[in-house]
Design a protein around this ligand. Structure first.
Ligand code: 3HC
Length: 653
């Protein structure tokens, strides 16, 4: 057996008559220039050596190939290009088989598609996630996948960007076989193919599909596209594969890929991709060992507490829920079990996993059971005295090394910490509701928080599968502080002449799922009202203050749950209410404001600027670690469209 080096990242072994090519480009075996060069060398080698009858391509480590190297986007192209290599593989005279040991994504999946056979290892995954980066597959994916698995299935896969596991890949015809170790099956397969006519994916006819199935798959993708270009372009290219020859389809695909790769949408989504990878990295925690967490106490099992409990249970933690009475504990348990049951019904959770979760759950009225917890999260009423009292009580119950986390949204956790016996073990874990679904968690590094405690809380949030963003203490942390600035600006514009429905329509056209006034109605206006009343005495009397929201609350218009807020919901739909219009007009008249017209563009520009300015202040104050963290908070907690990259990204363009 000879070892061959085709480039710094591509090596080969000759196993009798087969060349086994291995790609080793950590961390994800991306198709960087040296990988492409190595693959070309490997194919040259296999082509010239008569003794080689076939080629197997695999990835070193846990990934097959993670796709094109995204860091090369925007840089001058380096030969050979990926489409050239892929075309060469497909037309190769000797059989080429992909031994897919792990994720085969984007260009990695396109290489596998061009091979003459595909074996899925048990950790394999196949996906074309390009639309998530604002692009379409650029090396044949939109033309070969429909030829292999059919139009509706290809539209679903490429349009959603989802990854399929081995069993589904086999069912779809994307993989030919499954094996614990894909090499075990790939080597015999490639040998049986030698000298036989090869099945070249690009030469296959696209299977005839029912038009209704194509339409349904298309509608599903386009309904979720929310103003993004890539999903519609992907659907167009895939559908065209049914009537175009391969060459025409590939030319159109490549041109579309290059155009989208250079678009703002793709730049924004790539920014989000890299932002997510940097999130949760905290320099001062380098080398710090996180406190170990296995058992989580949750005080308060209402909507928020139950959501946190489900997130913890489904990721393997033991959970002790605490309520004030046995009856409330029973209700809490039912609430948690109910959410788990719903997940089973929607097939997000296997029934056996639900049983396992329930076996790890205790809900009790006996606070002393928290002595067993490594971390206790409070999810009780957002009141300083309530939370402080609880932590003081916990001081006498939990172990000395247990972490105490507050889920407050607006209170100052430093004040809570200062009144406990060990402020250094207090940290903030600000979840968003519903906590088992929303990815965002603000991990609040309080004044006295010990590094091991912060690292423990961060590791916990990561294991929950959340997107943790570390921030310092300030009113509302990152998200709610920016949200307040954004709302203030929207209210200024309404007082100056814009209508709430115009502001909302402008935001929705920009890509928010819901405008700010509709969001306020959905969340309920009472919490912000209570806060304004609390802060009334300390408010700067010279600062502009908009009273409209107070007037709405005083009139019982507390939002959607009350049936009325900024809008009227009595018909079940959001409707403009003349009473609100009259209230706004009265407020303008009281201040002698002559209303002026706003364009939608001005509305969006001013709101984006308000968010970015507040973000800049958070950075200057050291509350946020990096500007991309702010973008992630607004995207994952407040509906900012990911394809616009977040307020800081958009301000930087
Ligand atoms: N190019 C360059 N760097 C990449 C990369 C890629 N395609 N994919 C991941 N990375 C980097 C990440 O930025 C991260 O860098 P860091 O350590 O400096 O932060 C590192 O690799 C590890 O990434 P993850 O933390 O995401 O590792 P995981 O193990 O959690 O996940 C993965 C691995 C599933 C491969 C995930 O990284 C992923 O989804 N990557 C993107 C896949 C993708 O979108 N591929 C398509 C690319 S576009 C394309 O192929 C176009 C073609 O059609 C022409």
């Amino acid at each position: 057996m000879d070892a061959l080096a085709f480039s710094t990242s591509v090596s080969g072994k000759i196993e009798d008559d087969v060349l086994l090519v291995s790609i080793d480009n950590p961390p994800v075996n991306a198709l960087s220039a040296h990988v492409r060069q190595g693959l070309t060398e490997a194919l040259d080698h296999a082509a010239t050596l008569e003794a080689i009858t076939g080629v197997v391509i695999t990835g070193a480590g846990r990934i097959f190939i993670g796709g094109a190297d995204i860091t090369e986007f925007g840089k001058p192209p380096v030969e050979p290009s990926l489409p050239e290599i892929i075309e060469r593989i497909e037309n190769f005279a000797k059989p080429v088989v992909a031994a897919v040991n792990g994720a085969a994504l984007g260009g990695g999946c396109e290489i596998a598609l061009a091979c003459h056979g595909r074996i899925a290892g048990e950790k394999a995954g196949f996906g074309l996630p390009e639309v998530k980066l604002g692009i379409v597959p650029g090396a044949g994916g939109t033309q070969r996948l429909p030829r292999l698995i059919g139009l509706p299935q290809a539209i679903d896969l490429i349009g959603s960007g989802r990854t399929v596991k081995p069993a589904e890949a086999l069912e779809l015809g994307l993989a030919d076989d499954m094996a614990a170790d894909p090499l075990d099956a790939a080597l015999p397969l490639v040998r049986t193919m030698a000298g036989q006519p090869l099945r070249r994916t690009g030469m296959l006819p696209v299977p005839v599909a029912e038009q209704a199935a194509v339409d349904t798959a298309t509608r599903k993708i386009l309904s979720k596209a929310r103003g993004q270009a890539a999903p519609a372009e992907a659907v167009r290219l895939i559908t065209a594969a049914a009537h175009n020859n391969l060459e025409t389809g590939l030319t159109d695909e490549r041109a579309t890929f290059l155009r989208l790769r250079d678009s703002e949408e793709s730049a924004a989504l790539r920014h989000v991709f890299f932002a997510e990878r940097s999130a949760g990295k905290v320099e001062k925690l380098d080398g710090v060992t996180p406190r170990k967490i296995e058992t989580v106490g949750i005080v308060g099992t209402g909507l928020m507490g139950a959501g946190i409990a489900v997130a913890a249970l489904t990721t393997g933690y033991r959970v002790i829920g605490v309520e004030q009475t046995n009856e409330a504990a029973e209700q809490g348990r039912e609430r948690i079990a109910g959410i788990l049951e719903k997940s089973v019904q929607s097939k997000r959770l296997a029934p056996a996993m639900r049983d396992d979760c329930l076996a790890r759950l205790t809900v009790t009225a006996d606070t002393s059971e928290l002595a067993a917890a490594d971390l206790v999260i409070e999810a009780v009423f957002d009141d300083l005295d309530v939370k402080t009292g609880l932590f003081q009580k916990l001081d006498g119950i939990v172990r000395k090394d247990a972490i105490l986390a507050t889920n407050t949204s607006y209170l100052d956790p430093d004040l809570i910490a200062a009144r406990t016996a060990r402020p250094e073990r207090v940290v903030g874990l600000h979840f968003f509701s519903p906590a088992h679904i929303m990815r965002l968690v603000e991990v609040v590094d309080c004044k006295a928080t010990e590094p091991q405690v912060l690292a423990g809380a961060l590791a916990f949030a990561k294991r929950l599968g959340k997107l943790p963003i570390v921030c310092g203490v300030t009113e509302g942390f990152i998200g709610n502080r920016i949200f307040s600035a954004y709302r203030r600006e929207a209210e200024f514009m309404v007082e100056d002449g814009a209508a709430p429905e115009q502001v909302d329509a402008a935001l929705e056209a920009y890509g928010f799922p819901m405008g700010i006034f509709a969001v306020n109605d959905m969340a309920g206006l009472e919490i912000a009202w209570a806060r304004r009343k609390r802060q009334a005495a300390s408010r700067d009397p010279d600062a502009r203050y908009i009273e409209t929201a107070d007037r709405l609350c005083e009139a019982g218009r507390l939002g959607r749950k009350a049936g009325r807020g900024w809008y009227d919901y009595s018909s079940g739909e959001r409707a403009v209410d003349p009473q609100v219009t009259a209230l706004i007009e009265a407020a303008r008249a009281a201040k002698n404001i002559v209303p002026r017209a706003f364009t939608d563009e001005e509305i969006v520009t001013r709101l984006l600027k308000a968010m970015a300015d507040e973000g800049a202040a958070l950075l200057a104050e050291g509350i946020a670690i990096r500007s991309s963290d702010i973008d992630l908070v607004m995207i994952n907690g407040y509906g900012f469209p990911a394809h616009k990259g977040g307020p800081m990204f958009s301000a930087s363009r």
